[in-house]
Design a protein around this ligand. Structure first.
Ligand code: NDP
Length: 332
């Protein structure tokens, strides 16, 4: 089988030569283990942080070893009676075509026409849960709120906007990196307004899109976006700080928002969060979101790259904005 190893820690933007495709023979699974053939693997922004040698909230990736990450696959050989062969499962041994995983680290999923296996890497997986937890539990969305979400056409952002609309937001505004993405979120996802952040200062464009100000900001981007949202915030606005992708490839210190004094005068709440801190919310998330996806009230897109050997390319492309919706690699 084949797997991707990290062979160099990226400096700035990752390069193909930071990764290597490695062939390997897998042993037979032992009792309590499963041999899984991956159908698709996820490439996610958080992986950029794990490629540096520094521990943050999670350990860095080792060099010359397969990287971890979400994957969805089919059980080929089962050493656990509760997982029949051909069961479709989600697990964390991504970046490879086959994996031997302990049954305890595997979750069976229900594949239907509306919820293909890959949905469990996106809308019904970690990105969807992130949107749900951040918007409803960290920012505390209320009916009538004006919500701003950056990274609006991405895996997390696209779900945030749709949840906001379904949960009673008055106005949903998004930003994204291309005109096509702006059209996607307004025409297909039901955002009330959106803008391309390349078209002018974020603060100016946000002031036009949300002239009465913002109650909730869901931050995927950081930097200039965060400063603009602080500027546009109403008194007592709540921010869910989910990610700051504009700085993930930075090689030096980044300048932060210059208007932090407004956090005091506007009595803002800025709340950083990591989705894995709240595993107990997964049940509520599936109860609320799975039916909405099955009924088409929440829609999603995927950008699919074919072949494990192209996983580094998919990852680099995602960091550059090459995806609409969830970026995935089909491995089988
Ligand atoms: P996306 O599907 O949104 O893909 C990343 C997107 O980021 C790109 O498509 C690109 O879109 C955008 N981007 C890249 N560089 C910049 C930039 N300089 N300025 C603005 N946008 C940029 O990824 P996810 O939905 O998986 O993740 C979104 C965010 O959520 C990330 O910050 C991620 O780290 C965070 N996250 C946090 C979690 C948590 O637990 N806190 C869990 C999961 C994700 P564009 O064309 O619009 O620029």
């Amino acid at each position: 089988t084949r797997e991707i190893h990290l062979v160099a820690r990226p400096e700035g933007e990752p390069k193909p030569s930071d990764f290597a495709l490695v062939e390997r023979r897998l042993p037979d699974p032992r009792d309590g283990e499963l041999l899984v053939r991956n159908l698709a693997i996820s490439v996610d922004p958080y992986m950029r942080g794990k490629m540096t040698g520094i521990r943050t909230y999670t350990d860095p990736y080792d060099l010359h070893a397969p990287m971890e990450g979400a994957a969805v696959g089919v059980v080929e050989t089962s050493g656990d009676a509760s997982f029949p062969e051909n069961a479709v499962v989600v697990h964390n041994a991504g970046w490879r075509e086959h994996a031997i995983v302990p049954a305890a680290g595997v979750r069976p999923v229900n594949v239907t026409d509306a919820t293909p296996a890959t949905a469990y890497l996106g809308v019904l997986g970690m990105p969807g849960l992130t949107a749900y937890v951040g918007l409803l539990h960290k920012a505390g969305l209320r009916e009538g709120d004006t919500v701003f979400v950056s990274g609006a056409a991405g895996a997390v952002g696209g779900i945030v906007g749709q949840l906001a609309r379904l949960w009673g937001a008055e106005r949903v505004v998004g930003s994204a990196g291309t005109a096509e993405k702006v059209r996607y979120v307004t025409r297909e996802l039901g955002f009330d307004a959106a803008f391309d952040y390349h078209d002018g200062p974020v603060a100016d464009q946000l002031a036009k899109a949300a002239p009465d100000g913002v109650d909730v900001y869901f931050d995927n981007v950081g930097g200039e976006h965060l400063e603009a949202a602080i500027g546009a915030a109403k008194d007592f606005a709540r921010f869910a700080l989910c990610g700051a992708i504009s700085g993930y490839n930075a090689t030096g210190p980044r300048s932060g928002p210059r208007n932090l004094g407004l956090i005091v005068t506007k009595r803002l709440t800025l709340r950083g969060f990591i989705v894995s801190d709240d595993p107990e919310l997964a049940g509520e998330f599936h109860r609320d979101v799975a039916p909405a996806v099955a009924e088409g009230r929440i829609t999603f897109r995927e950008t699919v790259v074919d072949g494990l050997e192209r996983a580094p390319e998919a990852f680099i492309s995602m960091l550059r904005g090459g995806n609409i919706g969830k970026m995935l690699v089909r491995t089988s």
